[in-house]
Design a protein around this ligand. Structure first.
Ligand SMILES: Cc1cc2nc3c(=O)[nH]c(=O)nc-3n(C[C@H](O)[C@H](O)[C@H](O)COP(=O)(O)OP(=O)(O)OC[C@H]3O[C@@H](n4cnc5c(N)ncnc54)[C@H](O)[C@@H]3O)c2cc1C
Ligand SMILES: [Mg+2]
Length: 454
């Protein structure tokens, strides 16, 4: 019998296993895919050059993932952001500086007032228990769309707020409660730090691609990690757990489940999980993102004084960034289709989808954008072992009904994953801190048990 099994070799599961192994615990990691990294994924774009198709940026607030990267020898480099950004709205692309386009002063004023209100409310959120306060529950009943209609006066202000929530959570404002939005804002260190283009969430990237962090942890784990081994059934009881996966059965004292909650129903638990835990898994949904990376001989937009960052209220592409490697060669633009935008693209043929994305890039960056050397596409909702991104979130009422069960262990089952994070919820940083927290919980239980046995 081994001490612990970790289900899922994303950042969270790998960090958890690394901490457990470091504490002298026998641990085995079972991963469904034939690769590690989960929602982080490198894409080669040239000899020795990569870009990312999943999570990639780290802001100054993301101290845990930075610490981990340093530990495994992965460096950061600043995201290329110098120059003017583009805002595409009402058929027109305009240039701007700063974090929010100022084309419509009334809309911008409206947005800033709403932002100030959200920041003020978010400061009252208890990250450990967002729905705990009686006043918080009222906010869980209302969608962000409803709140915007009540508190924002201009269409352009609302459209900026809609774009903001889509950019940071990949959901439409009708899909999430105000409390869910406030929790996410508080967890991310404030709305300002989530949206500012200078020194915010997108401040830095990882040299060699973000997946390199997971790849290095996997190398350190060696034989303790098994790929292409999806877990199908977890038996758990007084004496231990038995984890059934394709091609493996592992007996252990505890199991850490490090997959997103909306995938929990794909595993059979015996005995079944508590009622509220079952309901939590189906109440938590995930956003929807398709990420495109267009690769060009050079980052030609830079010569034109453009940063490569754009936001758009029109069409399926809501946001772009310069995603070139550190030396700017080759040039890469990443384009995001988010929520309704990503869903709209799924109704098209691959060729039509490609055409629509290139048209969007041409509308922003001109004709040179029409002929990339490579165009990569990753729809995370299509992926069997992810099914939605960036992260799981609760719809209206979800935090109130299920929030308190989110991290509560069930006997010998401990929960990890970015969805269980308090700080940096849904980010790589959150995945790391959640993995560390889960390792502490599993360790405490193992020590208690060893003490009882001794
Ligand atoms: C397009 C995109 C952009 C993002 N941008 C950023 C960003 O810029 N910055 C940032 O910080 N975060 C970003 N994120 C979020 C970040 O990538 C995730 O929060 C983080 O990687 C999640 O890690 P995790 O270990 O919790 O989950 P995952 O990475 O999802 O890991 C779960 C693992 O479990 C495996 N698995 C699933 N089911 C089973 C099973 N039954 N048995 C065995 N294994 C199983 C999966 O294959 C996967 O490897 C982004 C995400 C996406 C998709
Ligand atoms: Mg994981």
């Amino acid at each position: 019998m081994t001490d612990a099994v970790v289900v899922g070799a994303g950042l969270s599961g790998l960090v958890c296993a690394r901490r457990l192994a470091g504490a002298g615990v026998d641990v085995e990691v079972l991963e469904a895919r034939d690769r590690v990294g989960g929602r982080t994924l490198n894409q080669a774009i040239g000899p020795g050059q990569v870009t990312e198709l999943g999570g990639q940026w780290a802001g100054p607030q993301h101290t845990a993932v930075r610490r981990l990267a340093a530990e495994v020898g992965v460096e950061t480099f600043p995201t290329h952001i110098a120059g003017r950004h583009l805002y595409h709205h009402a058929g027109r692309a305009t240039r701007y500086r700063g974090d929010v386009p100022a084309r419509m002063p009334l809309g911008l004023g409206d947005f800033r007032l709403a932002q100030a209100r959200l920041e003020r409310l978010a400061r009252r959120i208890d990250l450990d228990d967002p729905a705990g306060a009686p006043w918080a529950r009222r906010y869980d009943e209302m969608t962000v769309e409803t709140w915007m209609r009540r508190h924002m006066r201009t269409r352009s202000g609302r459209s900026l707020m809609r774009l903001t929530i889509k950019a940071v959570l990949a959901v439409e404002p009708r899909e999430i409660s105000l409390l869910g939005w406030l929790f996410y804002i508080a967890s991310g260190g404030g709305l300002d730090s989530l949206i500012r283009t200078d020194g915010g969430y997108q401040q830095d990237r990882f040299v060699g691609g973000s997946q390199e962090i997971a790849l290095r942890m996997a190398a350190d784990l060696g034989q303790r990690l098994r790929l292409a081994t999806p877990v199908r059934r977890i038996e758990h009881g007084r004496d231990g757990v038995r984890v059934h996966a394709d091609g493996a059965v592992v007996d252990a004292r505890s199991v850490v489940v490090a997959i997103p909650p909306h995938l929990h129903p794909t595993i059979e638990f015996a005995p079944g999980l508590p009622a509220v835990r079952n309901q939590l898994a189906t109440a938590m949904s995930a956003g929807m993102v398709t990420k495109f990376v267009a690769v060009y001989p050079e980052p030609f937009w830079r010569e034109a004084g453009l940063s490569g960052h754009a936001t758009s209220t029109e069409g399926p592409i809501s946001m772009t960034f310069d995603n070139s490697p550190p030396d700017g060669s080759p040039g890469a633009l990443v384009a995001f289709a988010l929520a309704d935008g990503a869903r709209a693209l799924e109704a098209m043929s691959p060729a039509d989808r490609r055409g629509v994305v290139l048209d969007a890039l041409v509308a922003l960056y001109g004709d040179r954008a029409s002929t990339p050397q490579q165009l990569h596409e990753q729809c995370w909702a299509r992926e069997q072992w992810t099914r939605g991104c960036y992260v799981g979130y609760f719809g209206p009422g979800g935090w109130t009904s299920f929030g308190s069960a989110l991290r509560r262990p069930v006997g010998r089952i401990v929960w990890a994953g970015a969805e269980t994070a308090t700080h940096g919820h849904g980010s790589m940083d959150g995945a790391v801190t959640a993995g560390e927290r889960a390792a502490e919980e599993a360790l405490a239980a193992l020590r208690l048990e060893a003490g009882v046995r001794a």
